[in-house]
Design a protein. Structure first.
Length: 117
């Protein structure tokens, strides 16, 4: 009926399932961070979604090994063009958010040219 191999296989499947379930929670956390960042940058997050690009092993500042998740997303400034951005999480902590070069809403800061007298 059940032997040790079956128990080990069930435990392995349970661990994999728990890891995937935790990954969904981290994706939701990353989506919340992206929404906040887009709101602060005065851009609109498109499709209200992010997608997993990469999953790799990386080091923290304390040189501890951990999993780094790299999620991509798209945003717009004026609604005409889509720009890419990404967020990296080390474990459950924010590592980096970056938005692609894009025009600033309202034309950006005014620049005066000429002599500085």
């Amino acid at each position: 009926m059940f032997d040790l191999r079956h128990v080990a296989l069930l435990m392995l499947m349970g661990l994999i399932g728990a890891w995937i379930w935790r990954g969904f929670g981290l994706r939701d956390q990353a989506l919340i961070l992206v929404r906040q960042h887009c709101k602060q940058a005065d851009v609109q997050l498109l499709d209200e979604s992010i997608y997993l690009n990469k999953l790799r092993i990386g080091r923290s500042k304390g040189l501890r090994l951990g999993i780094v998740r790299h999620y991509g997303f798209e945003f717009t400034v004026t609604g005409e063009r889509r720009y890419n951005g990404y967020i990296e999480l080390y474990g459950s902590r924010l590592r980096h958010i970056e938005l692609a070069p894009h025009p600033f809403p309202g034309g950006g800061p005014a620049v005066a040219y000429g002599s500085l007298e």
